[in-house]
Design a protein around this ligand. Sequence first.
Ligand code: IVH
Length: 673
Amino acid sequence: MTDDAKKRIEQLREEIREHDHLYYVLNRPRVSDRRYDELFAKLRELEQANPRLITADSPTQRVSERPLEGFSTVRHALPMLSMDNTYNAEELRAFDQRVAKQLGSEDYDYVVELKIDGLAISLRYERGILITAATRGNGQVGDDVTANVRTVKAVPLRLLDADEIPAVLEARGEVYMPTSAFLELNRLRTEAGEPAFANPRNAAAGSLKLLDARITAARNLSFFAYATGELSEPLAENHYECLRRFKELGLPVNPGITRAGDIDEAIEICDDWSKKRLSLDYQIDGMVIKVNRLDQRDILGATGRAPRWCISYKFAAEQAETVVESIDVQVGKSGILTPVANLRPVQLAGTTVKRASLHNFDMLAKLDVRSGDTVIIEKAGEIIPQVIEVKKSLRPKGTVSFRIPQTCPNCGSVVAKDEDGVYIRCLNLDCTGQLRERLKYFAGRGQMDIEHLGPALIDQLIEAGLVRNFADLYVLDKAQLLGLERTADKSAANVIRAIEKSKSRPLWRLVAGLGIRHIGGQSAQILAEHFGSLEKLMNTERQELEAIDQIGPTMAESVYEYFRDPENRSVIERLLAAGVKPEQPTTQRSDKLAGKTIVVTGTLEHFSRQQAEQAIRLAGAKASSSVSKKTDYILAGDNSGSKLEKAKKLGVEVIDEKRFMTMIDTDGHGLRH
Ligand code: IVH
């Protein structure tokens, strides 16, 4: 049986690896998502039935369930150098002349690559298995980010079965966030009241520096390999050939890489990409030109900082000049005031720009942007337009500096600076500007998803005094809607029906819709699953929130404070009274293990670590990661190590999986996925 299982597991892994490679590296999927999911589920099932056969390079093992305490460091076998930059063709020709001079009469050629705007990473494979992934750090020593990089699907956990894999093979390249993933991430973050990332590079860097790989896994990072580090034997004689070998081994290589016979050809390729770059779904900040032959690279050598055989050619950031027509102040759903410049429309990097955020009043004061000013705008990471310079010499007479508002532009009440001193907030809880943003968010697609309730109607409802909070939506009737301007019979009926439909949305959507600071969709799901009902969530104690694994202290505090507020409580009570009855999470809750603290260790047969901890929480107990005298039980699976030892020493009762399942009264079914 085990032999059969072993064979089948190996087959499934091979098959899944091949599909991963086709999808993430070659961009040429061969099977439907559904078929892929079936293969994956089958593999997971077999592995759960045979936990001893689980290996680290299995496609099921990309995401580590345990957050790290911190990053350890890795010394690079060969230093990771930086690169000299050039900004025009002339400087590129000067580079070529230096190369020609040092190589004497030898012929040479170049490889021209896209300079991917992400984060340099070194992947170390030993006998074809990914062992470590490290950041560049200071070039000599970097951070060990293996757990996070393993979640990047474009990075193979084991190299494809090529004929000869060097025993040690370091592949270096760039981890990046595709532009589409970046925009989506920022949309979600903004909605959840979290700060947006300035550009995909920062987003990629931030995602690789997370201690919890489960979050990194959700960030849709990708990877291109472009260089070798340590090799126990050479891969090829020249760089272009090395990259071809990379591809054979299953490492993703950028398809835009081209050979150039001389510097003129290289410059032509660079100019070509400077026009085409906007069509890519990732950011490039320039091109890289590399001498192809490895023996010639040895002759050229390196300065302490950078190799002499390669150079980058940086694109100028796209800029445009325009005029500030006015400066507006917007109120966000948590009351933050943001200055926004209304611009004379101008073309920039493929879109018409009419507005640019000035971020906050410190920034506005520093630049001293005034209405009437001629300004230079730039797209940060070519995406978000920003004012970067004011042409003071062109400033019309009689302009004045923008005054920081002392009152809210919407409701006129006083504003205050946040403790950290950056944001200015309107403190009026009844501010209709904030209310408008909160209602828009509540009705939004990621939350209660109320069709037909758009911004224009929300404005009308607020103006007519019909809606002052979420609960008011649920007592609206058709006659009231028909009383508003331009509302026809049919559209009024549609709105009422959509509001009615939203009454039974899943609990997490309602929790997310409340717009509690720091709580986005994901954390709302965790809260909904943990508490099971709005009543329990709103009456929770601070300690219970703090004990939830994926809810950090800031989130716990924010949730606690939100539900302490009598105003918020009364709105929620009215919501429930109006018939909002969120669908409860399907998982069963009980008090079977109420008050107990349980530590899970080793590999279990029926549960992943996360599932076991979830089952513990659902039974009313606390899942903890460290053993102490306060631990009631240690649930020990196969290969339990030091935690089990410690538990035995402390006299903590050891239970096995079977016993655990009788304690929580389940056969393990329904918990598997
Ligand atoms: S080669 C010794 N190739 O640019 C240099 N680097 O500014 C070896 N980068 O740290 C690196 N795309 O993070 C190389 N096609 C490419 C690249 C690339 C992006 C990054 C890399 C490096 C930085 C230097």
